[in-house]
Write a protein that binds this ligand. Structure first.
Ligand SMILES: NC(=O)CCC(=O)C(=O)O
Length: 263
């Protein structure tokens, strides 16, 4: 199974519409891949908080339309990264979309853990409430977005729901790049799953992006890592490796659930 991670550059001097057109053509160029993945909030920029309101779209808005078309034209499974969704009640969400090779939407995932503590996304957006997995012919994807990477219980929930390939769409800052690499490897090792983590390049909201998208195998080995600039990272995955790792080193079976504290 070939996966291509598109580490697109997000800079304020390019319009959202121009970037949408460019992202679609980058997807269409990945015709030889089975799965293509874009990062978090690439239309507007994950830290471009002041643009969230103006650039919010309905679920089936222009980003949905462009990405459905690109998936069908390339004939690939497409995790289209996330965009700012405006729900019918007006609430904004950081929402990821997945399309099948015929351009049908198969999943929408609203980011569960909002970043910013008492500001930015954490106060401007609603929180997703549902774990989302997507069954592909060769593997099951478990979806997560950026800050979610810091919450292992979300990933365990995805694994319990059948996930074998954990996809993290992010807009991770350069300042915490060491956490990005470490956490991607940790989520792979503890869940005995592939981790495909794709970030953005460029600078938005004055936050320099780390790039360094990364693919980690179920044993925790880094199969490939991008640099800081715009880049497409292409990797061949062996879905049987998840089953083999879980059979040969069955740590997931030794979980002790329901422990209580005497305090
Ligand atoms: N967009 C995000 O969720 C940023 C997360 C981040 O910067 C961090 O966890 O560190």
């Amino acid at each position: 199974m070939r996966a291509s991670l598109i580490q697109i550059a997000v800079d304020p001097d390019e319009s959202v519409e121009a970037r949408r057109v460019r992202a679609a053509s980058l997807v269409v160029a990945q015709r030889r891949a089975d799965l293509v993945v874009l990062p978090e909030l690439w239309p507007v920029g994950a830290f471009a908080y002041t643009a969230f309101e103006a650039e919010a779209e309905p679920l089936e808005g222009p980003t949905h339309e462009a990405m459905a078309k690109a998936a069908a034209e390339a004939g690939v499974w497409l995790h289209a990264g996330s965009f700012v969704e405006r729900a019918d009640d007006g609430t904004l969400y950081n929402t990821s979309l997945v399309f099948s090779p015929d351009g049908e939407r198969t999943a929408a995932y609203r980011k569960i853990h909002r970043f910013g503590f008492d500001q930015g996304e954490a106060v401007m957006m609603g929180a997703g409430e549902e774990l989302v997995t997507v069954a592909l012919p060769d593997t099951t994807l478990g979806l997560a977005t950026c800050y979610d990477l810091r919450f292992p219980e979300q990933f365990r929930g995805l694994v319990d729901a059948g996930a074998e390939t954990l996809v993290v769409a992010a807009g991770w800052p350069e300042r915490r790049r060491s956490h990005w690499t470490l956490l991607a490897q940790a989520r792979a090792v503890e869940n005995q799953a592939y981790v495909l983590a794709v970030g953005t390049a460029g600078t938005h909201g004055d936050i320099q992006q780390a790039g360094h998208s990364i693919v980690v195998d179920p044993w925790g080995e880094v199969l490939a890592q991008a640099g800081a600039d715009e880049e497409v990272l292409t990797v061949d995955l062996d879905p049987d490796k998840v089953r083999a790792t879980r059979d040969q080193f069955p740590a997931l079976k030794d979980r002790r659930l329901g422990l209580t504290s005497p305090l």
